[in-house]
Design a protein around this ligand. Structure first.
Ligand SMILES: [Zn+2]
Ligand SMILES: [Zn+2]
Length: 245
């Protein structure tokens, strides 16, 4: 073996050792309180996990928190009057402290260290989803907003979920026009704001698509996106989000 080959191999080995040792000694800290967590586990300590604003009872269709227990198959009044195009929505957490602050930090201040913690809560919620999901769709951002932000938070969450579940994301859906933030609009303007906001390039070949998003505020984004997916060939759409406003 030539010396150059030996040196290259030694350098590769040293860099691998360095990275492995770095990963091993870097503590896994709770994203909410900074306490040291189990190395292989999610970065949320048990007390913070317990204290998260978990939603007790919710509409199975839109994940809106409800006061009374709904019997199986019954939706909230809004879904009964105006059924959304998706069949199930799961969002385990309420959009209140500390989840709201963490999501805003992740989205607007690039605090992507929250991603593994939220992927953990999303995977817990995902157990409530119906079987047969064969594609994931992170809610697309308009290219200009994505360029400004540098990433799409829904795609950041979707990547590890895809890796864990083996379900592939679809990538032929685009947001074709920038839309103002839903939260800043009156209820009557929200639906109009999103009309024709998304389009599918070609066909959707999956049967049951799971839309993945960070927070559901009004549900209008998911309504619009689900309808576009159904029109493009999907048979069923479900929604998974970290939190419900
Ligand atoms: Zn903690
Ligand atoms: Zn509902």
């Amino acid at each position: 073996m030539r010396w150059s080959t030996v040196t290259t191999r030694l350098l590769v080995l040293a860099s691998w050792l360095g990275r492995s040792l770095g990963a091993a000694v870097q503590p896994n800290l709770c994203v909410f309180c900074g306490v040291r967590c189990r190395l292989q586990g999610p970065p949320i300590c048990t007390p913070c996990h317990t204290d998260l604003p978990w939603i007790d009872r919710a509409c199975p269709r839109c994940a809106k928190p409800v006061v009374a227990d709904l019997s199986a198959g019954v939706c909230c009044a809004v879904c009964q009057q105006d059924p959304p195009p998706f069949t199930t929505t799961v969002a385990a957490l309420s959009y209140s402290f500390p989840v709201d602050a963490a999501i805003k930090a992740m989205k607007f201040r690039r605090k992507l260290f929250y991603v593994p913690a939220f992927v953990h809560t999303l995977l817990i919620s995902a157990e409530k989803l119906p079987a047969g999901i064969d594609a994931l769709l992170p809610v697309p951002l308009h290219w200009r907003r994505q360029a400004r932000r540098g990433f799409n938070q829904a795609a950041e969450l979707c990547g590890p979920i895809s890796k864990q579940t083996g379900i592939k994301p679809i990538n032929n859906v685009v947001r074709r026009r920038p839309t103002p933030y839903q939260s800043g609009l009156a209820a009557t303007l929200r639906r109009g704001n999103l009309r024709f906001a998304f389009s599918v390039q070609g066909q959707v070949r999956a049967r049951h698509v799971l839309i993945v998003d960070d927070v559901i505020t009004t549900g209008e984004t998911c309504r619009e996106l689900a309808q576009v997916l159904l029109d493009a060939g999907a048979e069923k759409v479900s929604v998974l989000a970290i939190a419900r406003a």
